[in-house]
Design a protein around this ligand. Sequence first.
Ligand SMILES: Cc1cc2nc3c(=O)[nH]c(=O)nc-3n(C[C@H](O)[C@H](O)[C@H](O)COP(=O)(O)OP(=O)(O)OC[C@H]3O[C@@H](n4cnc5c(N)ncnc54)[C@H](O)[C@@H]3O)c2cc1C
Length: 474
Amino acid sequence: MTDLMVRTLDGSNKKIPPDVMAALRGELRGSVALPGEDGYDAARTIWNAMVDRRPGLVVRCLGAADVMHAVKLARKEKLLVAVRGGGHNVAGNAVCDNGLLIDLSLMKSVRVDPASGTARVEPGATLADFDKETQAFGLATPLGINSTTGVAGLTLGGGFGWTTRKFGLTVDNLISADLVTADGELVRASEKEHSDLFWALRGGGGNFGVVTSFEFKLHALGPEVLSGLIVHPFENAAELLRGFRRLANEAPDELTTWAVMRKAPPLPFLPAEWHGKEVLIFAACYSGDVKEGEKATKALRSLGKPIVDVISLHPFIGWQAAFDPLLSSGARNYWKSHDFADLPDAAIKVIVDAVRGLPSPECEVFIAHVGGAMARVAANATAWANRDAHFVMNAHTRWRDKAQDSACIAWARQLFDATAPFASGSVYVNFMPNDEDNRIEKAYGSNYRRLGEIKRRYDPDNLFRMNQNIQPAK
Ligand SMILES: Cc1cc2nc3c(=O)[nH]c(=O)nc-3n(C[C@H](O)[C@H](O)[C@H](O)COP(=O)(O)OP(=O)(O)OC[C@H]3O[C@@H](n4cnc5c(N)ncnc54)[C@H](O)[C@@H]3O)c2cc1C
């Protein structure tokens, strides 16, 4: 039998003796997958096809006990550790080369308690898993816009989507989390227990341990919401974006609109002559009474002369998955993102010019309108500091052919640099690619120092470092 070699925290490779592996296999309810074994490729394959890493060893967990065994092994042998939830993060930190991968993707249970309006969710659940269970009771909590995203990574980074302006960030709706800390013990973090850790988990990413269960507050919503797309010719983009900015300043919390600029996909409701041409799409959702929603969306629907307007009542579950076909896994992706307090005309001009030169048919730039309930929480109330962001721009570069890597990445960086003078300086940790180490402190903003202190207390050796990493305070 060949020796199993696994990467350690100092970058060297360490032999894991057969008796240690046999003991681990015996302890687990889930399984171990070594290169070539069943489940190995499924665990290491993530959304962003740019990331093709080969862990030395995968522990496919089925419960908190499995996570504890994996973390104890990693700690004892000082192994490099990656933690995979839904595997969607663009930076690819869910997988490491040669180290130990703690794969949570099989832990998908979502248990709703309609009486208390809460849900307990395991860390392998996707947004679709969450919505399908909660919507059976007409309940929801704010999540993102692509239903195959993992609840775990989205929540730990903060989480925002169609209902955030009404109900806050995903972390504003987190009641508690069970997590395995770097010493391999399971603790519960909430306002009452390990409250410092609970604070840090709400935006501090995967820095503090491995979450094995999330408890969320739910809100009445659906089963249908007023939502849909308004598709415009791109030639009027600058004027439309100025209108979008004005209406964003006046919008009620219930109304969320994102402006998406890209080459038109072959949507069935879009006349064929527009397919492949640049368009500006307003994607809008009203989280409230339909009649009020019709009034609130009137001004948006009166902007310009759209090619098509398909805003109507849609099942909330369907709307949450509306962008899935454009965001499926397997493509190469590189993102650059800015937060904006405002969108001055000069920024609009730069963005519109960039979209005229999209480097591939699947690239897009979106501008999400945030704020509302999210902005009414103090910046130091949770680890998510950037509550004054009013718009979030993401240059979402996406292509298939490796030969296009440098052209697509260069395009995103160019747009990022050209819009930097207008941006607020902060960024959402979950939108950062893997080459932005110089932005990490800015991403955690005014909360970075406290996060470092909590990191020192719970993970002084920085075992959990495959993330937008917070250094333990000295
Ligand atoms: C197509 C697409 C659309 C998106 N849209 C939105 C959106 O609308 N709103 C939004 O807020 N975000 C959005 N995101 C970003 C998304 O929130 C992040 O990619 C998030 O990290 C995904 O979580 P995951 O569990 O799938 O990721 P993974 O890649 O599995 O995990 C990301 C990181 O989180 C940590 N982690 C994961 N699980 C755990 C755990 N249980 N315990 C401890 N650490 C853990 C690890 O550090 C890991 O590297 C989108 C992403 C994609 C790809």
